[in-house]
Design a protein around this ligand. Structure first.
Ligand code: ZN
Length: 177
């Protein structure tokens, strides 16, 4: 059962967990390490767009049945990012505006002028999308603690579309025991 979100929240009074030092006996024990890789297919509608993929990642983690470990969530694209933040609609509008302020779509980009001018794959000029993605990043990793992704109460995981709407692939790689 899902624990209340606040158990990982900032208000929780945490006890320090002492880790037992592991003694190497020289006897090779059977590995209980588990792995699961899932590719999420996400259809985006526009850029910028924050697509909440938290539930999909939680489903994959549940399916893997990890007690302790972590999930790496990775965008296979150079113009779509993975970020953790809050799913508050006004904040999302603020963050979209921030991306436009920092790396405006209307600026001149050498990528548009030279790479896209001769490209035959139908891609639109997207120098700003690549530069915005560089600032945000391609992946996040989330700890899995006692069977749950250790999100704080306001944290959600987003695929951030920075180009136009299209089909995207996000790899969720889970490792642990
Ligand atoms: Zn491009």
């Amino acid at each position: 059962m899902r624990q209340p979100a606040s158990r990982n929240g900032p208000r929780r009074n945490r006890a320090t967990v002492e880790m037992e030092p592991r003694v190497d006996s020289g006897i090779k024990e059977e590995s209980r390490m588990k792995f699961l890789s899932r590719t999420l297919e996400v259809r985006t509608e526009r850029g910028p767009q924050f697509v909440d993929i938290t539930d999909d990642v939680e489903n994959a983690a549940r399916e893997c049945g990890l007690y302790n470990g972590f999930a790496v969530v990775f965008s296979k694209h150079t113009t779509a990012a993975i970020r953790i933040n809050e799913a508050e609609p006004h904040l999302i509008a603020d963050m979209e505006q921030m991306l436009e302020n920092v790396v405006p779509a209307g600026h001149e980009y050498a990528h548009n002028k030279y790479a896209h001018a001769f490209s035959t794959n139908g891609e639109r000029p997207n120098g700003h999308s690549h530069c915005q993605q560089l600032l945000l990043g391609a992946s996040e990793s989330v700890p899995i603690v006692e069977g749950h992704l250790a999100f704080g109460p306001w944290q959600r995981l987003f695929l951030v579309e920075l180009d136009h709407g299209r089909d995207r692939e996000v790899v969720v790689h889970l490792i642990g025991e």
